[in-house]
Ligand binder design. Structure first.
Ligand SMILES: O=C(O)c1cccc(C(=O)CC[C@H]2O[C@@H](n3cnc4c(=O)[nH]cnc43)[C@H](O)[C@@H]2O)c1
Length: 242
């Protein structure tokens, strides 16, 4: 049985995925469609999944995720897992263009304060948390299933555009495999709802000096589709129930 997938943007609401317990949040429609194509091609039995395009950046992602989780819970059909997914920048050498990255931790890499002594994360300032961890072995399991690099995935509000900034980020977050702009927003909403979270990124560009011509978005979207074709079996989610 193939996955049943509901697709929509952050504004609309339909009930096509009402058997689903998996929520996938992408930033834009092209990512949503790539994820949906992968889920629909999955060979193993799976619950229907809902895939939404919630917008670019952590604020839009958090708002869209929180709305979706709240509506589902109010309807008595709460999600059991939220996955932030899309394209992202890869840190060398762990995550080359065209590869996949799965988050061990989802890190708010630029949420905090700049001081004369350097960056202070928001958690160290005494406000909330600076990262969310994918529970148990879920992240490792997903990474192994799709052949992804596994480590911290950074959420930034500004795409890294210089070697200096890339070096600063890796110094602060050793082992970081990727950066993107939505994961921490999705994770904050998931945490507020008490739902586990994961992040899957397909690498479209290297984190470093800005070189827009070198971005391989089509290649990354194809990798995203391949990954989500393998995800249902890895998640071992139960059969769909209408
Ligand atoms: O710099 C540009 O010219 C440019 C052109 C098209 C798109 C962008 C984006 O910033 C897209 C952001 C979007 O894609 C994710 N993403 C992909 N690569 C990265 C990255 O290296 N660092 C951060 N985010 C990235 C991100 O999650 C957004 O959804 C720029």
């Amino acid at each position: 049985m193939s996955a049943r997938v509901s697709e929509r943007d952050g504004g609309g609401r339909d009930r096509a995925g009402r058997g689903g317990r998996l929520l996938v949040v992408t930033a834009v429609a092209a990512e949503r469609d790539a994820v949906s194509a992968g889920l629909a091609s999955a060979s193993s039995a799976m619950v229907g999944a809902t895939v939404i395009a919630g917008g670019v950046g952590p604020a839009a992602a958090a708002a869209a995720t929180a709305t979706e989780l709240t509506l589902a819970a109010a309807a008595g059909e709460p999600y059991t897992l939220v996955v932030s997914a899309g394209i992202g920048g890869g840190f060398a050498p762990a995550a080359p263009v065209g590869s996949l990255a799965v988050a061990e931790t989802i890190v708010a890499a630029d949420l905090g304060a700049q001081t004369p002594d350097g960056f202070v994360p928001v958690a160290d300032l005494g406000f909330g948390v600076s990262e969310h961890r994918t529970p148990g072995r879920l992240g490792r399991t997903l990474a192994d299933a799709v052949g992804a690099s596994y480590g911290p995935v950074l959420t930034v509000s500004t795409v890294t555009g210089s070697a200096e900034r890339a070096a600063e980020l890796t110094a602060r977050h050793p082992g970081a495999v990727a950066e993107a702009m939505e994961g921490f927003g999705v994770a904050e909403a998931a945490a507020a709802a008490g739902v586990p979270v994961a992040e899957v990124r397909a690498i479209s560009n290297a984190v470093g000096p800005r070189d827009r011509a070198a971005w391989r978005i089509g290649e990354a979207l194809a990798a995203l589709t391949t990954a989500f074709g393998k995800l249902p079996a890895a998640l071992e989610v139960g059969p769909e129930h209408d």
